[in-house]
Design a protein around this ligand. Structure first.
Ligand SMILES: [Zn+2]
Length: 179
């Protein structure tokens, strides 16, 4: 059996437990973290990078990789068919802007972009659809397997939130996403 580096398992355990507890708590309270993010007066506490008229971009509190963003409609809808054309357009525009911003700030070598629809897909929150955009670097998966989550957050979420929010709001950033 291949030996794991010390601490590998311990790095993931608290992380996932917190997520499971969070989801259970939300289900019990019929609370939705995306609805909370959609209406909050405190974008920082909810890691909201950009809130537009119909959709928003926020950092995933439980990222698969550094810079993992979620793009979601403001409305609590589960199915693609429930989105209006305008919502779909705005989600698409925000996805493109997010990708450009991540290109600019983090220079990833690739992305995983996608939707998990329905419980069987592994969606953590199936009732409020959201698009994942996960920056990737060559070798990051191997590195994750080797050293657990140690590399997942070279920056704190708060620090990354500040960086992304400020960059989005700046007018003269050389690689500013189109507004
Ligand atoms: Zn919701």
């Amino acid at each position: 059996m291949q030996e794991r580096p010390p601490g590998t398992e311990c790095l993931w355990a608290p992380w996932r437990m917190e997520f499971i507890r969070d989801v259970s708590r939300q289900e019990a309270a019929k609370e939705c973290f995306l609805c909370r993010a959609a209406t909050t007066g405190d974008p920082g506490a909810n890691l909201v990078v950009k809130r537009a008229s119909l959709a928003m971009v926020l950092l995933n509190r439980y990222p698969y990789n550094n810079g993992h963003l979620l793009i979601a409609p403001l409305r609590h809808v589960a199915q693609l068919e429930e989105l209006s054309h305008e919502e779909m357009d705005q989600i698409q525009a925000l996805l493109l802007q997010s990708k450009k911003l991540l290109d600019c700030l983090m220079a990833p070598q690739g992305y995983n972009v996608g939707l998990n629809l329905g419980r069987a897909s592994g969606a953590g929150l199936e009732a409020h659809l959201h698009v994942h955009i996960v920056p990737r670097w060559v070798g990051d998966a191997n590195f994750m397997t080797t050293v657990g989550s140690a590399k997942v957050l070279p920056q704190s979420l708060e620090e990354l939130w500040r960086l992304l929010s400020e960059a989005w709001a700046q007018e003269n950033l050389p690689c500013l996403p189109e507004k």
